[in-house]
Design a protein around this ligand. Structure first.
Ligand code: THU
Length: 130
């Protein structure tokens, strides 16, 4: 489970002193590469970033662009789903049928597609001139 392991390891490095809630995320690209991220909080609370954003940033910095699978992990009674903003961030680089696996420390719990998480995503169609 390389995606799970990458997200699990990244989560351990999360900087979450304010919420105490560490999150890890990993994305697999169409080229088969895996990039992971963790939440990075800030004393100026709104400046904190989510684990998914970190994984996306790592992917983009490497030159990859298309996400074919996502996994998010946290230590919570109910598995974490990406926040609203991260759903839109993922939609920038992933199709609606991309599987988002939700995991806790003991392993994956279930999965859902990005389109199920974000129906009606804002997209380039909305930018066409009228
Ligand atoms: N968080 C993530 O990193 N990803 C999510 O999908 C949900 C929330 C982080 C943000 C904040 O650092 C902490 O979890 C508590 O909200």
């Amino acid at each position: 489970m390389p995606l799970f392991e990458a997200a699990r390891q990244a989560r351990e490095n999360a900087h979450a002193p304010y919420s105490g809630f560490k999150v890890g995320a990993a994305v697999r690209t169409e080229g088969g590469q895996i990039f992971a991220g963790c939440n990075v909080e800030n004393v100026a609370y709104p400046e904190g970033t989510c684990a998914e954003a970190g994984a996306i940033a790592a992917m983009i910095a490497s030159g990859a662009r298309r996400i074919v699978e996502v996994l998010v992990i946290a230590d919570s009674p109910v598995p974490v789903t990406p926040c609203g903003g991260c759903r839109q961030k993922l939609a920038e680089f992933a199709d609606g049928d991309v599987k988002v696996t939700l995991a806790v420390l003991s392993g994956p719990v279930g999965s859902i597609t990005l389109a199920e998480l974000l129906p009606g995503a804002f997209n380039t169609d909305h930018l066409e001139p009228r």
